[in-house]
Design a protein around this ligand. Structure first.
Ligand code: SAM
Length: 294
C-alpha cells in the first residue's frame, strides 16, 4: 500500500480510516484524491533540485510528497495539529520535508525565505489553499517583502478568474489590476470538484503568479492601489463620479481624467493597467507636493 501515491483514493481512505480522521470544514480541508493532478501541480510550480518550496496546508501530504520528489527542500505550514503524526508517517520517506505546525498568517515568511535561500537558488510557493482564507493568505504573500518569484496555488475557480481577468470583462476588478501590476497572472489548470474528498460545492483552478519587472512604476504603490480601488468603488458609476469621490474634488477629477486622455464617461472596467497608471500620474501632478517622484 505505501508505494502508492498518497493522493490515490485507496491510500487516502486508508490513512483517514487508520487515524480516525475526518476533514475539518472550519480549516477548509478538501483532500485531493487524484495522483495525476498533484503530480501536475508539482511539475508546474517551477521547482527543481536547486529550489525550496513553501507549501501552505499539506493536509495528509498528497502534494507535499510530489514536491519533495522534485525540489531540494520543502517547508509546509499546517495549522491542524491532528495532522502532524499523520504527516510524520506519510512523509517519512522524504528527508527534505519540514512541517511547521503554525497558522500561515502568523508565519515570518520573509525570515523563512531568507533562511531557505542560504541553501537553495530560489524559493517558490505551491499550495492547494484552504478556500476560506484564500485572499488573506495571498495578500499576506503579496504584501510581504519575501523574495518569491513564482506562486502556484489552487483556488476556487471564480477567484482564479478574477485574479487573471482581462480588461472589459465581467470579472475585471480592482484586485485584478493590483495583482497584475505586481505579477503576470495565468490560470494554468482547471480542476473539477470531483477530485476532492470531501467534494466541495465549487470547481477549482490552479493560478500562477509570476513576479514581473514593471516597465512603469507608481511613485507610491499604496497610493496607486487606493486610487484603483476608488475607481472601482461603484462599478456602475462613471470614472468621473468615482474619481471625483476619491479626490473629493470635481474639477481636479476632470483635469486628471482628461489629462490622461480618458473619457469622462468611461467605466473603470474598461481601463488597462497603463491607463490607470496614466490617471495616477496625472493626479500626482495635480498634487505634486504630496507625491514623491520615482
Ligand atoms: N494539500 C492537501 C491536499 O491538496 O490534499 C490539503 C489541502 S486543504 C484544501 C487545505 C489545508 O490547509 C488543510 O490541511 C488545512 O488544515 C490547512 N490550513 C487551513 N488553514 C490554514 C492556515 N491558516 N495555515 C496553515 N494551514 C492551514
Amino acid at each position: 500500500m505505501t508505494d502508492k501515491p498518497i493522493a490515490t483514493v485507496a491510500r487516502t481512505n486508508e490513512i483517514l480510516r487508520r487515524y480516525d480522521l475526518f476533514a475539518r470544514k472550519s480549516y477548509g480541508q478538501n483532500f485531493i484524491v487524484e495522483p495525476g493532478i498533484v503530480e501536475k501541480i508539482a511539475r508546474l510550480c517551477r521547482a527543481d533540485e536547486t529550489t525550496a518550496v513553501i507549501e501552505i496546508g499539506p493536509g495528509i501530504g498528497a502534494l507535499t510528497e510530489q514536491l519533495a520528489r522534485i525540489a531540494h527542500q520543502v517547508v509546509a505550514f499546517e495549522i491542524d495539529q491532528r495532522l502532524l503524526e499523520v504527516l510524520a508517517e506519510t512523509l517519512s520517506p522524504y528527508s527534505n520535508v519540514e512541517i511547521v505546525n503554525q497558522d500561515f498568517l502568523q508565519a515570518d515568511l520573509e525570515g523563512w525565505v531568507q533562511k531557505l535561500k542560504q541553501n537553495n537558488d530560489q524559493v517558490v510557493l505551491c499550495a492547494n489553499l484552504p478556500y476560506y482564507i484564500t485572499t488573506p493568505i495571498l495578500f499576506s504573500i503579496f504584501e510581504s517583502r519575501a523574495e518569491i518569484p513564482v506562486i502556484t496555488v489552487m483556488v476556487q475557480k471564480e477567484v482564479a478568474d478574477r485574479f487573471a481577468a482581462q480588461v472589459s470583462t465581467k470579472d475585471y476588478n480592482a484586485l485584478s489590476v493590483i495583482v497584475q501590476y505586481l505579477y503576470e497572472v495565468r490560470v494554468v489548470m482547471k480542476v473539477p470538484r470531483t477530485i476532492f474528498n470531501p467534494r466541495p460545492e465549487v470547481d477549482s483552478a490552479v493560478v500562477q503568479f509570476e513576479k514581473r519587472i514593471p516597465e512603469r512604476i507608481a511613485a507610491d504603490q499604496q497610493q496607486f492601489f487606493s486610487l484603483v480601488k476608488g475607481c472601482f468603488k461603484q462599478r456602475r458609476k462613471t470614472l468621473l463620479n468615482n474619481v471625483r469621490e476619491y479626490l473629493q474634488d470635481r474639477e481636479k477629477a476632470v483635469r486628471a481624467i482628461e489629462g490622461a486622455g480618458l473619457d469622462l464617461s468611461a467605466r473603470a472596467e474598461t481601463l488597462t493597467l497603463d491607463q490607470f497608471l496614466d490617471l495616477y500620474e496625472q493626479i500626482c501632478q495635480l498634487h505634486a507636493e504630496s507625491c514623491e517622484k520615482p
